[in-house]
Design a binder for this molecule. Sequence first.
Ligand SMILES: [Zn+2]
Length: 464
Amino acid sequence: MKLTFHGAAKTVTGSCTLLQIDKLKILIDCGLWQGSEEIESRNWLPFGFPPAKIDYVILTHAHLDHCGLIPRLVREGFAGEILCTEPTRDLARLVLTDSAQLYEEEAAVLSKKERRRGGGPIRPLYEIEDVLHSLDRFSDPIPLNKTIDLAKGIKLQLRDAGHVLGATFVQLRIAEGRKRPKRLIFSGDLGNTDKVLTPDPAEPEPSDVVILESTYGDRANRSMRDSIAELRQALLLTFARGGNVLIPSFALERSQELLAVLFQLYKRKELPGCQIFLDSPLALSVTKVFRRYSEYLKPEEAQALAHSPNAFDFPALRFARSSEESRAINALASHAVIIAGSGMCTGGRILHHLKHQLWRPECSIVFVGYQAEGTLGRKLIEGARTVRIFGEEIAVRAQIWTINGFSAHADQPGLLRWLSHAQKPEQIFLVHGEISSLVTLKHAIEAKLRRTAHIADWKETVEI
Ligand SMILES: [Zn+2]
């Protein structure tokens, strides 16, 4: 039995691990590379395996860095089944359609330029049509915790990863002629504890091999209570200066979690007078999926959503669907909270807002999610004095905040706690982290859990 790390090895995006059991080939995730130009250029490289030979894709969750290359996989011949939970299937449909639209738009602009130079059209990474074909490949959804016979002697269970709605970690039991089946766990992305909407990650069963994400392997998140207090402080200070608060946010989960936090402040009458704009059509659609699958939320939150007001419907909250509605927000000088994507400021409506607010010292930019190397978001949190947006040099005068307690990822204590339930795995492979996180987490596992951990290399194959 072999594992090959085709993505998210020594970096945080492009999750894609190939598991080969005899002739059976299973991909765990098939994600997009995101971040610097060098990293994103990998989206165009040939897959490290023939897509037609893959039998299953097990999709842990609907973030683009886990599902974003599925349409290309299908276009290049994948004809197997995609296995995931019901919310993940619905969210992947939204996220992939949005992604294909962006690629089509980008290719149209580039094609125009290319034609003026006398060249031919530029093909997008994938198109809506590829997404539609991908949707045909999704099998009937797999309920959480239900054991499925994937093939002879191979049992699959998807467990709640507590990361985003419908997100799972993967437990496999592989008999392969052994007396005792080999137990494998792929962590996918593991959630932070104490979130408002989604439950904490489930505990994994004792396992022989663990493939573990390491995004925040080198840090401890602030508590939710401190993070909410810090967000309130950011709002109060910014509004007192006469500015707006911009929150770059992933459409999936961060936006909904933020609304839930702001609603908590509203309920406690601690929300400063303001208008809150969710300026993302994708986040708006995702919010509807949250309502549809409220059984995946914490029970008290699911109940609360049945009544008004609630986290997605309270007086201060406005939704901007059209680009006119989005542009109208720029006319407001103060007392606006603008939540817009993309979460790492690599595109989307947040760029327009940054262009209008970043140079204003009275404004604040509040980062609540992971900012990958090479992204505009990373440059801002690392203290860039000026940045280029739409070809224009913009001074960074707004106050920059980083509140990591709202993160969708487990911190080092959370990862160690989760891993400790796997008891005594013989092999631990660390993926989905930048080098410093991977190395710090490896040492922590060795010191605190007395297990050795291996940092997976890109394209590395290991026997398990
Ligand atoms: Zn994720």
